[in-house]
Design a protein around this ligand. Structure first.
Ligand SMILES: Nc1ncnc2c1ncn2[C@@H]1O[C@H](COP(=O)(O)OP(=O)(O)OP(=O)(O)O)[C@@H](O)[C@H]1O
Length: 314
């Protein structure tokens, strides 16, 4: 079967002007420095890296917004920048920080307009819209202007708009950014279902390890424009073991907590940070049994830390 994405030595440099107006100098900035990877149809791949690593630039090349300065790129056999219109029928794109919906129109009207954008036959559009309305639970706010939607509702609307033409590849840039726990979970469940039922290939960038753990069987880590890791989640954990942290607020400051399955990494007044190695539920039970606790929260490690550790290990 043909690959959904083929990238070979893919690179992008920008030329930026610098200095005072009359003595402007041009400087070349490398954003992506020659990355190679293939994505097979039906994969869900996380594309991770710290801020400025080159993720958005790669996404823009994949969707044809930017032309590569080096290498070869094919998306479903098409050259994105040169064949943007043909590509648009095969891919859906959602940028979490922006919306493609019309701000002043009810969601329903925005979704109706996308039919014309992608020239979807009326009957197909009606059927897809009914399906997406059901699985994304859109019916209660279809009549609401987009500007009045909550972030989670808007994201569900954006996903519907990106999927109405039934693309084979879905490209997502930070799909759960800013969402509450319930909305995040709904979006993740939806994406898993889309992948399982329709075989849609999904490539996503995220700073949220929860997205990665729930969704991605494969992760690619990019840093300073280069691929630092390409493998499964177990491999990522092996390359960068990441203990989660339990933040415990005691009612009163005390000695460092000692329990099985955790190591106290820091103490600041009544607050203590415990690096978890064992089962979180057991550790929480033991801490609350032995201490008077005001509050407890579980902190996930962040992606920047994953990348830092991969480099330290390499
Ligand atoms: N249009 C542009 N002109 C000049 N430099 C750019 C341009 N777009 C991106 N860059 C530079 O390219 C590098 C990679 O940027 P990119 O936006 O791809 O990173 P990112 O991994 O998406 O970061 P973030 O997680 O913050 O979105 C950065 O150094 C950035 O400043």
């Amino acid at each position: 079967m043909n690959a959904a994405i083929e990238a070979e030595g893919l690179g992008k440099t920008f030329t930026v002007a610098e200095g005072p107006l009359l003595r402007r100098r041009r400087r070349r900035v490398g954003a992506v420095g020659g990355v190679s990877f293939d994505v097979a149809p039906g994969e869900i791949v996380g594309y991770l890296g710290p801020n400025g690593a080159g993720k958005s630039t790669t996404m823009k090349m994949l969707t044809g917004i930017l032309a590569p300065s080096a290498g070869r790129l094919r998306v479903h056999g098409l050259e994105p920048a040169a064949q943007r219109t043909a590509l648009a029928r095969r891919i859906g794109v959602v940028f979490g920080q922006r919306t493609t919906l019309w701000w002043d129109l009810p969601l329903r009207d925005s979704l109706a307009l996308t039919r014309h954008l992608y020239r979807v036959p009326r009957a197909d559009h009606r059927r897809r819209l009914a399906e997406l309305t059901e699985v994304l639970e859109l019916s209660e706010f279809l009549a609401t202007p987009v500007r009045q939607l909550s972030l989670g509702q808007r994201m569900r609307g954006d996903l519907a708009a990106a999927l109405l033409h039934d693309p084979r590849l879905l490209v997502l840039d930070e799909p759960t950014i800013g969402l509450d726990v319930v909305s995040k979970s709904a979006i993740r469940d939806f994406l898993l279902r889309l992948n399982a039922e329709r075989g849609t290939t999904i490539l996503l960038t995220t700073h949220d390890l929860g997205d990665v753990e729930r969704l991605c069987r494969r992760v690619m880590v990019i840093d300073s424009g280069r691929l630092a890791f390409d493998g499964d989640l177990a491999g990522l954990h092996a390359a960068a073991p990441l203990p989660r942290t339990l933040v415990v607020d005691l009612e009163r400051a005390g000695a460092p907590i000692e329990v099985d399955g955790a190591r106290t990494a820091a103490v600041e007044g009544p607050r203590q940070w415990l690096e978890l190695h064992g089962n979180p539920a057991n550790v929480v039970a033991e801490v609350t049994a032995r201490h008077r606790v005001a509050d407890i929260t579980l902190q996930e490690p962040d992606i920047e830390e994953v990348v830092r550790r991969i480099y330290a290990g390499a």
